[in-house]
Ligand binder design. Structure first.
Ligand SMILES: [Zn+2]
Length: 115
């Protein structure tokens, strides 16, 4: 039986062959609107669990609340706010590949399952 993720092996492994996905592989997938990951070893397609997307959303909420507040109350420059937001997104996204969980999907059913 496979065990997808855990305390020791934080980064996701292929549920078909057990090959670990690379941090870069998952990170790029996240920035490409949660693009499904194909295992480099066996080609098995993996799709992000919905709750992993929720985790991403939790990181976005603080900055989404901060920007309007900074705009109206703090009189910070637009440049500062934009720079701050970019740094925030980069820093909070760095550990995300360790938190994301994928499940393998049959390629044929992929389009149906994402609806
Ligand atoms: Zn594989």
């Amino acid at each position: 039986m496979y065990y997808a993720g855990g305390v020791v092996n934080l980064i996701q492994k292929c549920q078909n062959c057990g090959q670990s996905f690379s941090w870069t592989h998952i990170y790029l997938s996240l920035w490409m609107n949660y693009k499904p990951i194909l295992c480099k070893e066996c080609g098995q397609k993996h799709r992000l669990y919905f709750y992993s997307r929720l985790i991403n959303s939790l990181f976005i909420i603080p900055i989404a609340l901060f920007i309007p507040f900074a705009n109206s109350k703090l009189e910070l420059s637009q440049l500062f706010i934009v720079t701050f937001a970019i740094i925030y997104f980069v820093l909070t996204s760095l550990p995300l590949p360790y938190l994301m969980k994928y499940k393998s999907v049959a390629s044929d059913h992929f389009l149906e399952e994402t609806k």
